[in-house]
Design a protein around this ligand. Sequence first.
Ligand code: GDP
Ligand code: MG
Length: 162
Amino acid sequence: MLPVIALVGRPNVGKSTLFNRLTKSRDALVADLPGLTRDRKYGEGRVGEKDYIVVDTGGITGDEKGIDYEMARQSLQAVDEADIVLFLVDGRAGLNPDDERLADYLRRKEKECFLVVNKTDGIDPDVAMGDFHGLGLGAPTPIAASHGRGVTALIEYVLQLV
Ligand code: GDP
Ligand code: MG
């Protein structure tokens, strides 16, 4: 069984962009329209000699109804299926109440969960990360999914833990 890495976080933080980079595919729908990816989506990736499965999700705010409720349910199922959860937040937007709700949920799960601050291209990563230490999920890791900065190192690091 390959290790399964789930990408979760509120809509528009860059989950599908990271998914595409990790799987080298352009298949996941990437758009400025928040929450476009409604279903879980699976891809395969490899770093060094290690293969893994990565799961893209539609996004969670912890406060959904209707179609958003179904999207959130799928995302939470992806968390349950994963060996490793990458919880993405937006380093440009800063801390959001939805991030806090999701962090509360993830803290209660018995999962390897890593806090990842995306979109740190062109900004000071230390400043971008400052907001997020208080989420109680350990030290955040800065990346820029659209440029690839920090991505390989992050995946190598998390894979050695499973
Ligand atoms: P998702 O809703 O979490 O799947 O987010 P998307 O992957 O669809 O990305 C949302 C928006 O953020 C898109 O306009 C992306 O181009 C942009 N984005 C994603 N990653 C980065 C990044 O590392 N830096 C910057 N500046 N923008 C990014
Ligand atoms: Mg998406």
